[in-house]
Design a protein around this ligand. Sequence first.
Ligand code: SF4
Length: 115
Amino acid sequence: MSPTGVDTHVHRISNRLGWTGLKETKSPEKTREALESWLPQEQWQETNILLVGFGQTVCLPIGPKCSDCLNKDLCPYPKSQEGKKGNKKKVKKKKAQDSTSEEDEDDNGETSKYF
Ligand code: SF4
């Protein structure tokens, strides 16, 4: 496994699903370490491919399509967002930031072989 960290989609979705443990990981590298601690190596490549596509179509950085998601009954993320104050304002601000940073991350090719 490459030491360059995981793809931004894998980082985000793994945290939303609680795959990184009880606490949210703060960097793709920490997410990679968390995933490697329990996910069998033979599943790393397929999981990476699935999560990247899933992150581009359903579990979007802003406005994930939780109501259409097959994971909605087991994923803790939708409940964690209920009743959050000022969510719309924060979402707008984060969307502006993410649209730039995600493009940069995707374009520089700094992802590991699997994650
Ligand atoms: S329920 Fe929402 S946050 Fe959880 S995996 Fe599905 S789209 Fe992502």
